[in-house]
Design a protein around this ligand. Structure first.
Ligand SMILES: Nc1nc2c(ncn2[C@@H]2O[C@H](COP(=O)(O)OP(=O)(O)OP(=O)(O)O)[C@@H](O)[C@H]2O)c(=O)[nH]1
Ligand SMILES: *[C@@H]1O[C@H](CO)[C@@H](O)[C@H](O)[C@H]1NC(C)=O
Ligand SMILES: *[C@@H]1O[C@H](CO)[C@@H](O)[C@H](O)[C@H]1NC(C)=O
Ligand SMILES: [Mg+2]
Length: 378
């Protein structure tokens, strides 16, 4: 028990004295430290005096500007390109496509919300529609391909085409005996960009079932194309099987001779021929991935080129792929600044992968750089 004298003032006095002592103890070391450390140099004095000149409102404004700059992500800007994914596929590829869409959404499109256009030579099933639409909050559209975009044109000799497929099948040429594969290649060469569902768009990103996307894409590649005047973008390039395109180059050379006005001085032909145009070096952009300008494909020069090839019949008498067709067109009609290598998009279509080698890009990827296929870069 604490015994204090009977006067009532004493405890109050003692308490105040004790409190004062505490206050002194509390502040004195701080004062000591302040004095010993803060001998402000001239620069600090200038800074603090310049801050003193600002009023509180203008400082608030400065800070909110800073926050705005740091927090604003590319997808938070509501500006979008007039663009869509285009996916030619069969109903039977639904499961492979769902896996692909899931990755594409997670890595890119849940932020940017670009619409999807699905195309098929047959009606899409209800199951296909429901199980693709449910993977995205973007608009999904389902189109059927007009008969004349997926059949023999009337100048094709069907017996000659049948015979070509039989022969190429015997020679074990990849898809050599397939008619549907030929319709697919012809459609991707000359028709997908003319489908009614595609007419409203300016840019497309081609996607196939079972391709994979390995890296976060934190910017808008479509806007990148638009703002930098790019017409064709790719990730993987490789060599075509010569047996599928025996006369493609010869036919393309004839086209160039007959339409010299379409070939600009500053073209990319040196990337597809290494003997002054005598032969095609087989190098092509792998067209299962493309981000490109639809108006390039709709241009008079590309349209003339496709019609010329189609008349020649090589989509059926040989097995011309849309990859070498697009690539030779790019080489003929575009210059280097209009073509873009999407090095930062980690991508796989069996059996090849493009995996970004840059360490900073790698931090947002799940591919192994040792699996990168990068032999033929321009
Ligand atoms: N609707 C439809 N789509 C097709 C048909 N043939 C191919 N496709 C699609 O066209 C694209 C290319 O066909 P693929 O079979 O992948 O051809 P590829 O990429 O050269 O060969 P692999 O992928 O190695 O088989 C894919 O998106 C297919 O889904 C077809 O007969 N009908
Ligand atoms: C949004 O993006 C467009 C196109 O890139 C650009 O012109 C505009 O200034 C951006 N807006 C903001 C608020 O950053
Ligand atoms: C490429 O072509 C575009 C026109 O599409 C032109 O504006 C640009 O200057 C050309 N660039 C080069 C390097 O020739
Ligand atoms: Mg494929």
């Amino acid at each position: 028990m604490l015994v204090i004298s009977s006067t009532q003032r004493k405890p109050i006095f003692l308490f105040l004295a004790f409190f004062f002592l505490l206050l002194c103890l509390y502040f004195s070391p701080l004062r000591y430290l302040n004095v010993s450390i803060s001998i402000p140099d001239q620069q600090q004095q200038e800074e603090s005096s310049s801050i003193n000149f600002r009023n509180a409102d203008s400082v608030d404004q400065l800070i909110s500007n800073l926050e705005h700059e740091e927090i604003m992500k590319p997808w938070e800007n509501s500006t979008r390109a007039n663009a869509a994914f285009v996916i030619l596929t069969r109903n039977s590829e639904l499961d492979a496509l769902r896996k692909t869409m899931q990755q594409l959404e997670e890595r890119f499109n849940n932020k940017f919300n670009y619409p999807y256009v699905f195309l098929n030579d047959e009606e899409f099933t209800l199951e296909f529609r429901e199980l693709t639409a449910s993977l995205t909050s973007a608009k999904t559209q389902y189109g059927i391909i007009p008969r004349e975009h997926w059949s023999y044109p009337d100048w094709i000799d069907v017996d000659k085409a049948d015979e070509a497929r039989r022969r190429m099948g015997e020679q074990q040429i990849i898809y050599g005996d397939s008619l549907s594969y030929r319709h697919m290649c012809r459609f991707n060469s000359g028709f997908f960009y003319r489908h009614p569902l595609m007419e409203q768009y300016d840019y497309y990103w081609r996607v196939e079932p079972s391709v994979e996307f390995y890296c976060d894409i934190d910017y808008d590649p479509f806007l990148y194309m638009q703002e930098n005047n790019k017409k064709y973008g790719w990730t993987i390039s490789l060599l075509e099987f010569e047996s599928t395109i025996p006369t493609l180059w010869e036919t393309s050379r004839k086209f160039m001779k007959e339409h010299p006005q379409f070939i600009p001085e500053n073209n990319l032909l040196r990337f597809v021929t290494e003997d002054k145009g005598k032969t095609y070096n087989l190098c092509h952009f792998w067209s299962n991935f493309e981000i490109a300008d639809l108006n390039f494909l709709r241009s008079p020069e590309y349209s003339a080129y496709f019609d010329y090839l189609d008349q020649a019949g090589g989509f059926f008498y040989e097995r011309w792929g849309d990859a070498p067709v697009h690539s030779i067109a790019v080489a003929m009609f575009l210059n280097k600044s209009e073509v873009h290598f999407f090095d930062d998009i980690g991508y796989r279509h069996d059996p090849f992968m493009h995996c970004p080698l840059d360490r900073n890009v790698q931090k947002k990827c799940h591919c192994n750089v040792d699996d990168n296929f990068g032999k033929f870069k321009i």
